[in-house]
Design a protein around this ligand. Structure first.
Ligand SMILES: [Zn+2]
Length: 208
């Protein structure tokens, strides 16, 4: 069991990231998903309610598989982090938290199984990349806190995010999203999605 104080610190850190100016500026549509600041605010509230009862989102500290920063289970509304200090300063870790919290937003706001899992991932990577861009002093030119290596999911997500960062509320064009969708399906992290393209995560809501 992880010390309650460690989980509290993780919860507070995540809440601050969700309510930060950079996260609150995120606003885009992809399929049924609308990812924006008020949805992230709902998730921040759900972090507060959990310790007081059965509702909300639970945190667990547990080693993660290779290529996985953190993970979110929509059936139990549980986020797993590899360490209690995750997201303290590292830019990639902060992006990973926004990624997982985007899965929580989708769990909270979309009808069950309404989208293939690859689209949930596409939204989550785009939200993480937008957070990285909005964290920079110069959104159009950078430098950005996290610099993606070329030909990775992160570089593909950065390209999508860069194309929409100045147009809040935009619906991402499938043509714009296509390289990111292909990068996700080509990644060793998502071999299951590649083999099972119709697979949908068990999104079933988050109650406060
Ligand atoms: Zn994901």
């Amino acid at each position: 069991m992880t010390d309650a104080a460690v989980l509290d610190a993780l919860r507070n850190r995540t809440s601050q990231l969700l309510m930060s100016a950079a996260c609150q500026r995120i606003d885009f549509h992809w399929g049924h998903n609308h990812i924006d600041g008020s949805a992230f605010s709902f998730i921040a509230l759900s972090l507060i309610t959990k310790p007081k009862g059965q509702h909300g989102i639970a945190f667990v500290v547990k080693p993660q598989p290779p290529n996985v920063g953190a993970s979110y289970d929509p059936s139990t509304n549980t986020v797993e982090f590899p360490t209690g200090s995750f997201g303290t300063s590292d830019a990639w870790e902060k992006m990973s938290i926004i990624h997982e919290m985007t899965h929580a937003v989708i769990d909270a706001t979309t009808p069950r199984g309404s989208l293939r899992a690859v689209h949930d991932e596409l939204s989550a990577y785009t939200a993480g990349a937008l957070f990285n861009i909005y964290s920079a002093a110069n959104q159009a030119a950078g430098p950005y806190p996290y610099t993606a290596a070329p030909n990775t999911i992160y570089s593909a997500a950065h390209a999508v995010a860069q194309s929409i960062q100045a147009s809040p509320g935009t619906a991402i064009d499938p043509k714009t999203a296509s390289p990111l969708r292909l990068a996700i399906l080509a990644s060793p992290t998502y071999t299951y999605l590649h083999a099972h393209p119709n697979y949908a995560y068990g999104n079933n809501g988050v109650s406060l």
